[in-house]
Design a protein around this ligand. Structure first.
Ligand SMILES: *Cc1c(COP(=O)(O)O)cnc(C)c1O
Length: 233
């Protein structure tokens, strides 16, 4: 894999094409239409040249893990390219909910009741209503965000029925040292029994597996933009 500073626009275009070819191959293996899978290009730590190269190569859906970083990078690009769609994939603090609503089209990291209430209140006062995914901590890792699997059904019902939130699906980040397929299958079963269509799962290391297990959104950073500075999460 190339390094961030060595990743040129041409590399990014080629990397995007390679990722899409892998998505198509994994989809074909299980009889899925690749059009049903959205590639979310995770742009955290990468600067305007990299973002512009991806946009020039036709990429329109991007993800960031921090509200503040996204606010510094995306408003000018969104003004230039109106069909860009931005996903928040990192933890959201309640005091940044309003700013997140203003900037993001999808928030993938709804993970606790207090945040659900804050989102519902902020949406009432705003004309912005981004799609929401609930992040599930399928590996029950203490250091990781996400609602615990045994609390997921009640949380989903509360978000939909009590708060009227636009919940579209679920997101997970499996433990690094476990077989991801188990977690992807588990997430899919929780989504299915709750009637949710969207499944955001799979990153650079495991997106072909996620596609085979039903992902409708995959979040790929390194395979598109190259490696990130080691300080970044
Ligand atoms: C950084 C990040 C990704 C992308 O990871 P890569 O391994 O670089 O593809 C996906 N999802 C989340 C939540 C992330 O924070």
């Amino acid at each position: 894999m190339v390094h961030a500073e060595a990743t040129t626009g041409a590399d990014i275009g080629a990397n995007l094409a390679a990722v899409k070819a892998e998505i198509a191959k994994a989809a074909a293996a299980v009889g899925r239409d690749p059009v049903s899978i959205t590639l979310v290009a995770i742009a955290k730590t990468h600067g305007p040249d990299a973002l512009r190269a991806a946009i020039a190569a036709g990429q329109r859906v991007f993800g960031e893990n921090r509200v503040q970083e996204a606010e510094a990078k995306w408003p000018p690009l969104k003004a230039e390219v109106p069909d860009l769609r931005l996903h928040l994939v990192g933890p959201l603090q309640r005091n940044k909910v309003k700013r997140a609503l203003d900037l993001f089209d999808v928030i993938e990291s709804l993970d606790r009741p207090a945040l659900a209430r804050a989102l519902a209140e902020a949406m009432e006062r705003s004309d912005r209503r981004p799609d929401l995914l609930i992040q599930v901590n399928t590996g029950e890792e203490p250091q990781k965000n996400g609602i615990l699997p045994q609390q997921a059904d009640a949380f989903i019902r509360g978000c939909l029925d009590d708060l009227g939130l636009p919940i579209r699906g679920l997101m997970c980040v499996p433990p690094v040292d476990e077989e991801p397929a188990l977690h992807f299958g588990f997430l899919k079963s929780i989504a299915e029994r709750n009637g949710l269509a969207e499944l955001s799962m799979g990153m650079t290391a495991d997106f072909p597996v996620a596609v085979r297990f039903g992902a409708t959104m995959i979040r790929v950073g390194t395979a598109i933009f190259g490696s990130r500075p080691s300080l970044a999460p």
